[in-house]
Write a protein that binds this ligand. Structure first.
Ligand SMILES: Nc1ncnc2c1ncn2[C@@H]1O[C@H](COP(=O)(O)OP(=O)(O)OP(=O)(O)O)[C@@H](O)[C@H]1O
Ligand SMILES: [Mg+2]
Length: 464
């Protein structure tokens, strides 16, 4: 056992001189490095050594760098791979990036550039890891991309997803954290004609200003400190696919303006360039912020807001569709048991009842996490209430003693009653919000806010 915490970098290049030089340079930068002269040796070693990043030559006998990248990522999906190319045109670089390569370096490269690119790749990987840790079910087997649910609100939402999938319209997916916004965005992509094109995710909250701008739109060589070479942004990489702007509410004002231009004119420029480029990518954005309130507080451009929300898909909170909880459990349990190597085959009725009563502030993600937590600490054939985390059990009524506070109870009763009431009005007025508002004696904005909060989508009630 060693206590070596240095990031591990695998280098594969058939040019042994270069391999040795690069290996030594990277070691001097503080990395743990292993160099291998053939793709096969590199791949075999990676399986045991689990590197944090890989730098591979593009042109090698047997297997090229892009194939090697794919093979490495087959074992370790988060592994960032940087390709070395001696004849790097931007076209082959974009192609490589589209096929999952993180970045490329053109030979001869300078060591500062290597260091910077590698640092960025490792940061990128950490982010992806964090995201993955949070969004559980990317596990792999089964169909992790399926939108599970049989409640009326989910069925209406899925109908809406199918309806917009075939169009090019910009879509705004809204909803609380963990409700499945990303799932919805992917489903829009997958169900439409763009499904064989790239789906690229940009987390607008994770990166800042220049870096985010260059990720989105690319930059020319020397456009800013550290821009050693030109780089294509996601709008180019996505080609005719989908750009998913996650947490779009976090964009700063400058980028909001540039995004507006993309949505209105379909054009953009790389940082440092005046050349106007065209994009054919579709934009799907998501936010868990109340963008209307952000607009009111002058933090979000009103024109961009209206442009984004032409088609809005609200994703209902889990507590608005408790009847889906057993289905979600059935869907996620087998994949978790396989991954954690557990024998659990079912969940006891009292555990299910507890899960159905819990308010789920973190929505489906929290549900998946709770299951993972239970399975991590218990390996029972039947998962019982006693296996659920205390925090969950104690908030739910236990043997006739309510586990919630009075304000929570009030809010819950009011929510349930309001939902029932609004659904009845929506049905009666066939989704016409003005009529619903009139009927309810509220103004329209108020009704819209209520509908959003309760996860109700008026368009699901329009006449067929
Ligand atoms: N309807 C659903 N059916 C099956 N799984 C779901 C559903 N909704 C959400 N999930 C699961 O819940 C987790 C969170 O989903 P997702 O990442 O799409 O949420 P999100 O709304 O983007 O969250 P955040 O706002 O935190 O980014 C994922 O593991 C996803 O697979
Ligand atoms: Mg998300």
């Amino acid at each position: 056992m060693t206590a070596d915490t240095r990031p591990r970098v695998l280098v594969v290049d058939d040019d042994e001189k270069l391999l040795e030089a690069l290996t030594r340079a990277l070691q001097a930068m503080g990395y743990a490095v292993e160099g291998h002269p053939t793709p096969r040796a590199g791949l075999a070693r990676a399986r045991k050594w689990a590197p944090d990043a890989a730098i591979v030559d593009l042109k090698m006998p047997g297997m090229d760098g892009i194939e090697l990248a794919a093979a490495l990522q087959g074992d370790a999906p988060d592994l960032p791979v940087i390709v070395l190319t001696g004849f790097g045109t931007i076209r082959s670089a974009v192609e490589a990036m589209r096929r999952g390569v993180y970045d490329y370096l053109t030979k001869p490269f300078d060591l500062d550039e290597v260091e910077l690119t590698l640092k960025r790749a490792l940061e990128h990987r950490d982010l992806r890891r964090q995201n993955r840790a949070m969004s559980e079910a990317l596990g792999g087997e089964g169909n992790p991309r399926e939108i599970v649910g049989d409640s009326a609100v989910i069925r209406a939402m899925v109908r809406r997803v199918q309806a917009v999938a075939g169009t090019d319209s910009t879509v705004l997916v809204t909803g609380e954290t963990g409700t499945g916004k990303e799932l919805v965005a992917r489903s829009i992509h997958r169900s439409g004609p763009r499904k064989d094109e790239p789906f690229v995710t940009v987390d607008c909250a994770a990166l800042h200003d220049t870096l985010l701008e260059s990720e989105l739109f690319g930059h020319s060589r020397g456009a800013f400190t550290g821009a050693y070479k030109e780089r294509a942004g996601y709008f180019e990489v996505a080609s005719r696919g989908t750009v998913f702007l996650d947490e779009v509410g976090e964009l700063d004002p400058g980028l909001q303006k540039k995004l507006l231009r993309v949505l209105e004119e379909r054009t953009f420029s790389r940082i440092g360039e005046t050349r106007v480029r065209r994009t054919r990518a579709r934009v799907v954005a998501a936010t868990n912020r109340d963008l209307e309130a952000e607009v009111a507080a002058s933090r979000f451009r009103e024109d961009l807001f209206y442009r984004l929300k032409v088609i809005a898909i609200p994703v209902p909170p889990l507590r608005a569709r408790r009847e889906d909880i057993p289905l979600l459990v059935r869907h996620h349990l087998p994949r978790l048991t396989r991954r954690l190597n557990r024998r659990t085959r079912s969940v006891s009725p009292d555990a299910l009842e507890t899960l159905q009563r819990y308010p789920w502030p973190g929505n489906v993600r929290e549900l998946v996490n709770v299951l993972e937590h239970a399975l991590t600490f218990h390996d029972a054939e039947v998962l019982g209430r006693e296996h659920l985390p205390d925090a969950v059990v104690s908030r739910v009524q236990v043997q006739g003693v309510p586990g919630i506070t009075y304000p929570e109870l009030k809010a819950r009763v009011l929510d349930d009653a309001s939902r029932e009431y609004l659904v009845a009005l929506l049905r009666h007025h066939r989704g016409n919000v003005s009529r619903v508002a009139e009927h309810a004696g509220l103004d329209r904005r108020h009704v819209h806010r209520l509908l959003r909060r309760l996860g109700l989508d008026p368009s699901g009630y329009r006449s067929p």
